[in-house]
Write a protein that binds this ligand. Structure first.
Ligand code: SF4
Length: 488
């Protein structure tokens, strides 16, 4: 038997389905926090979607139990079901909203997703449901996707009619259904095979979602492999290299790469040396003007806006770390802010930030697109700070560009310009490894716990300390990287 979610994974990579059926012990034991958050948000969106269909009845249980309950509820005359379940022809699926249309005398299906736009996989999802329910003897009419409306701006209580959009995909499903039938046949055949299928690792493991079997399938991929080359390879090029048996960057033929950053990375590995363009670094650093402000924000982006004035998935900037060096050789100062209450932090955060800024010099960020975007969004919510935020954006310098532009390339950056990869190479004594929070995703998730009053105060205090330490290291890392670059 194949469930809908297994089939959708099969579409991403057929090996997934086989591993799921026969090597389930390879899956990680725990769902990581960010994935769990995606699931939780999905349930929240579903709850709002149900409000658009009042008087629906919930089907209970899973598999046979849910299937029987579905039949029972329909027999009793119910015309609107949540999680209606069908099992037929070795397929199993649940429909989020299953609604009988008395005019057409058919059942309409509504699939609820937390994404903000239609994706091809949603059409395949609905095609699978249609196939499964029709196989079980239901007449299926219209097929819809219910998804988040990214233009909705919260004002007061969440309005499900404005938060969600319904799209009729009946004709799109019709266009793909024969292909989906073929895929289902192949998937059912695959799970009769004893031997593990061999697949080439291309882009499917991370696209569109990170696969849970990466730990297993990627275990033999060596360091400095073609998957990590700076600028990344297209699927076509990956394929060509794998066909030639090339897996290491050093083995890529000299004239094969075309992107500047890929060529630099290739040279650094082949010649086993560090690539440094001193003049370009010097010219970049000459753009910096004191006082220097090293700024980093932490944000949280909920699907359902938490506060008025926010759209779905819009960033709530809840924390900053700011290191300041007023003049050359001056003592470094550190300032910080962390919102600890469940209210829009924009005004308090900006008030604090402004109080620490004495004259605009250069604001230094890592990947400044992020900080600039946060500033533009905050300026819209807090117009009295818009000139201040505009000034920050006008003076912003992105320290990451020195690495992204290839002025400094080290093989141990592993093709990345992320601060997490650059820092341990340039400033080995500084590390995120000793911190409780080691990356932005965890810091972001932590905020939900921090503002949750039902969580013990001592736990929240400990979390606040960890969050502050993490963000402080992000800006101190920039201070130290800049110091090293100046030494060059
Ligand atoms: S890790 Fe990649 S190759 Fe392995 S099952 Fe997942 S998508 Fe397929």
């Amino acid at each position: 038997m194949i469930s809908k979610s297994q089939f959708l994974k099969y579409i991403q990579c057929y090996k997934y389905l086989w591993l799921y059926k026969f090597r389930r012990e390879l899956l990680p034991e725990e769902v990581d926090a960010s994935l769990q958050r995606i699931f939780d948000e999905g349930y929240e969106i579903e709850d709002y979607a149900k409000k658009l269909f009042p008087k629906g009845v919930e089907v209970e249980g899973l598999y046979d139990k849910a299937e029987k309950h579905t039949k029972k509820l329909i027999k009793e005359g119910n015309k609107l079901l949540f999680q209606a379940t069908a099992m037929a022809n070795k397929l199993y699926c649940m429909a989020d909203i299953f609604s009988y249309n008395p005019k057409t005398k058919k059942w309409d299906i509504y699939e609820v997703k937390s994404s903000t736009k239609l994706k091809d996989i949603h059409i395949i999802d609905l095609a699978f449901q249609k196939t499964c329910f029709e196989g079980a003897g239901y007449e299926i009419g219209k097929l819809h996707l219910v998804h988040v409306n990214n233009q909705y701006v919260r004002k007061g209580k969440i309005d499900p009619k404005k938060l969600l959009k319904i799209e009729d995909l009946t004709s799109e499903v019709k266009n793909v259904i024969s292909g989906v039938h073929l895929d289902i046949e192949n998937a059912l055949e695959l799970i009769t095979k004893k031997d593990e299928p061999q697949v080439k690792i291309l882009k499917q493991c991370k696209n569109p979602f990170g696969c849970n079997f990466i730990g297993y399938c990627w275990k033999d991929i060596p360091e400095h492999s073609i998957y990590n080359i700076a600028g990344s390879l297209t699927e076509k090029k990956l394929n060509e290299l794998l066909d030639q048996g090339i897996i290491m960057i050093k083995d890529i033929p000299d004239d094969y790469l075309t992107k500047h950053k890929s060529i630099l990375h290739h040279n650094v590995i082949k010649q086993n040396k560090i690539h440094i363009e001193k003049e370009n670094i010097k010219s970049e650093l000459s753009k910096l003007k004191y006082p220097l402000y090293f700024l980093d924000y932490e944000t949280f982006s909920p699907a359902i806006p938490m506060f008025d004035g926010y759209k779905p998935y819009q960033r709530i900037v809840f924390q900053f770390s700011l290191h300041v060096q007023e003049s050359k050789g001056a003592k470094l100062k550190h300032y910080e802010f962390l919102a600890k209450d469940k209210k829009d932090p924009t005004n308090d955060l900006l008030k604090a930030l402004k109080s620490f800024v004495k004259g605009i010099g250069t604001f230094i960020a890592w990947n400044d697109v992020f900080e600039k975007g946060c500033n533009r969004e905050m300026a819209r919510r807090a117009p009295k700070y818009s000139d201040f935020l505009q000034e920050i954006n006008n003076s912003m310098y992105d320290l990451m560009m020195i690495f992204r532009n290839g002025y400094y390339v080290h093989k141990n950056f592993h093709g990345s310009a992320s601060i997490k990869k650059v820092l341990p190479v340039i400033v080995p004594k500084l590390s995120y490894k000793d911190l409780e929070i080691q990356e932005g995703g965890t810091a972001s998730q932590s905020w939900l716990t921090l503002i949750d009053e039902s969580v013990k105060k001592s736990e929240r205090n400990k979390l606040a300390t960890d969050m502050l330490k993490y963000c402080e290291l992000d800006t101190f890392a920039m201070v130290e990287i800049l110091r090293k670059l100046k030494e060059i």
